[in-house]
Design a protein around this ligand. Sequence first.
Ligand SMILES: Cc1cc2nc3c(=O)[nH]c(=O)nc-3n(C[C@H](O)[C@H](O)[C@H](O)COP(=O)(O)OP(=O)(O)OC[C@H]3O[C@@H](n4cnc5c(N)ncnc54)[C@H](O)[C@@H]3O)c2cc1C
Length: 402
Amino acid sequence: MDLSLSPQDLAFRDEVRDFLDHNLSEDLREAGRKTGGVFADIAAGVRWHKVLAKRGWSAPSWPKEHGGTGWSATERYIFARECTMADAPRIFSMGLRMVGPVIMRYGTPEQKAKYLPSIVAGDSVFCQGYSEPGSGSDLASLRTRAVRDGDDYVIDGTKIWTTGAHVADRMFCLVRTSTEGKPQDGISFVLIDSMTTPGLTVKPILTLAGDHEVNQVFFDNVRTPVANRIGPENAGWSVAKYLLEFERGGDAYTPNLHARLEDIRRIAREEAADGSGRLIEERSFAERLAEAEMDIQALEMIEMQVLSDLSKGRNPGAVSSSMKIRGSETLQKIDHLGVEALGWYAAPFEPEARLIGHNEPTVTPEAGLTAMPLYLNNRASTIYAGSNEIQRNIIAKAMLGL
Ligand SMILES: Cc1cc2nc3c(=O)[nH]c(=O)nc-3n(C[C@H](O)[C@H](O)[C@H](O)COP(=O)(O)OP(=O)(O)OC[C@H]3O[C@@H](n4cnc5c(N)ncnc54)[C@H](O)[C@@H]3O)c2cc1C
């Protein structure tokens, strides 16, 4: 595959750089640099989303008719790479990456008109209500019930590990609408229009690194209109699976991985090795840096293929599972190298120093503030979006026919 940039691509890259120079404020860059988990400070991500929306650039993978950019795969890749290099905060993208494509495919014209523009504008922040205690990998066993009452569903049960439920204003949710037949056949996909709907409670779960990203959500007679169901009743399983392909494969992993590896190289050039000289000159460390670089380049090839499929209107399919496996494993490898490169400087626990605007002296250099939180929080990357073991099962079945 030829990844060299054409003169048009280079002009596009310069246009993006110019935009970032003038519109990505220093506090948003600081939020990007201080990302210690999956997302940057979510509120900062929403602010950046709105800046991009004003320029018409908030939905790189969406078709133009729904407010997207209509960019080619290469343009999307360039955009993601430039944003990462400029330290833009990662956008909390469950609307753009997950429920948006689902509404485009399965939504009614009314649902498209109601939700898609507000997702593009950054006015609607969705969270994902799939997993439940006891129903993660075996998602079809989910028990949160929705019973019809007039024009509403009345929902009872609980969802867990709900990322960003404490900052979201809407939720997409899998609920059980029938107990007849196979478990997959009794599930519906519904939207909840407000996280302050009576009966809905959000309780925080702190991660290993001490951050608040995930939650447990409780439903006690929560009402949502039947009109908020996406797709037919009891056909939510197909909708849910379609969404998961985008969750696993709809984003470019490698710009972030390249940037992280470059940071580690910089640290290794400055840090002393155990014996003498600099860490970058130590053979075993240099070899592992080279290995990580090769992993990223290999992933980049799969990624370009998926982005190219998406820009032609095709959904990613099972290749998104291999992307998810390679992306998460490479990420963890890089996290490990990052902690190792910093040595003791990765150890101090200074969560307040990751707040935007913090200007007190810190024990560690800036890279040290995020190395350990990233290492700890990204342990989850081989679990969320469907664990890597489950992705291997999907590849075995869908790609290898086993
Ligand atoms: C940080 C984080 C954020 C998350 N965010 C969200 C969110 O926003 N919304 C949401 O709905 N969910 C979210 N999740 C939940 C996530 O999707 C589940 O944790 C995941 O699907 C695994 O389910 P489980 O935790 O119940 O583990 P289990 O399903 O109990 O799995 C335990 C272990 O057994 C293995 N295993 C299970 N079944 C098989 C099998 N058939 N073959 C081989 N191995 C198997 C798994 O790979 C895993 O190692 C999040 C999770 C984390 C950690």
